[in-house]
Design a protein around this ligand. Structure first.
Ligand SMILES: Nc1ncnc2c1ncn2[C@@H]1O[C@H](COP(=O)(O)OP(=O)(O)O)[C@@H](O)[C@H]1O
Ligand SMILES: [Mg+2]
Length: 255
């Protein structure tokens, strides 16, 4: 599914009545099967942008289109993974993973699919555990399994690994990339971590400015799995950081 952000602008009315612009003129085209990393500082408007793709919120002006159709509401073809796990406490891992499909009455081979994604996300043996018995990483993997079991065409990820420790994060980043390589869905992933952006995406979209806009898009044409210490990886890191600094200096860009 092709995603198009077309001259998207978004702001909020503050309680004192003044207008707070967050996003300005964001235009971006995402091809089916892309793994796009939206990289920007905390508070710059990343979640705001994702909420409009998910259909949780509407733009002030401009449009978001998926396969040529304007996004006006939530849809099962687009699933969002949030910063913190969002599991139902009284349901088991298995029941949580199946939950969205059951709500939508999508019962086709559901037990098989649930078991498959529990295995893929490394949760075998914990099918009957409840969220309070899981580590943060396991809970987030349960959310990932729940997101993927419905075979979404677009996976929207809002800094989903930000609260995980280094080791768990590295593992789940690699698992997510492997799932994307095998399942061929489109990923739109928000992060403020430059290494995470270069490790995972085939494109990195650098956001900046106030209100925020796209500074530049980078094609990361490195093979997977990627190595943070590879000279080409370091080259991308340097290039993106330099571009961000240049945009801040006021010569070019938005900040
Ligand atoms: N519902 C809202 N009402 C008012 N302001 C909001 C709302 N949602 C976000 N904002 C403001 O928009 C800006 C961007 O927020 P957000 O998209 O959450 O940033 P990020 O995800 O990049 O950290 C912040 O200044 C925030 O205060
Ligand atoms: Mg956010």
């Amino acid at each position: 599914m092709k995603i198009e952000f077309d001259k998207l602008t978004k702001g909020y009315r503050k309680s004192n009545g003044t207008w707070h612009p967050v996003l300005k003129n964001v235009s971006l085209s995402i091809q089916p099967g892309d793994f796009v990393m939206l990289l920007g500082k905390s508070g710059c408007g990343k979640t705001t942008l994702l909420n409009m793709l998910a259909g949780f919120d509407t733009p002030s002006s401009g449009t978001v289109r998926v396969d040529g159709k304007r996004v006006a509401d939530i849809h099962p073809s687009r699933t969002m993974l949030f910063q913190q796990p969002t599991l139902i406490p009284w349901l088991t891992v298995e029941e949580n993973v199946a939950y969205g499909c059951k709500i939508r009455k999508d019962f086709h081979q559901l037990d098989y699919r649930v078991a498959q994604f529990i295995e893929i996300t490394g949760l075998s043996g914990f099918e009957h555990s409840r969220p309070c018995e899981l580590s943060l990483g396991m809970a987030q993997r349960t959310c990932l399994a729940r997101a993927l079991v419905g075979h979404p065409e677009i996976l929207i990820m809002d800094e989903p690994f930000a609260s995980l420790d280094t080791f768990t994060r590295a593992h789940i980043q690699e698992e997510t990339v492997n799932l994307w390589l095998s399942e061929q869905f489109t990923v739109v992933f928000v992060t403020h971590d430059i290494d995470e952006a270069i490790l995972m995406g085939n494109r990195v979209v650098l956001l900046g400015g106030s209100p925020v806009g796209i500074i530049e898009t980078f094609d990361i044409d490195l093979p997977y799995p990627r190595d943070l210490n590879h000279p080409l990886f370091k080259g991308f890191r340097r290039e993106i950081l330099n571009r961000f600094k240049r945009s801040q200096s006021g010569n070019r860009g938005f900040l």
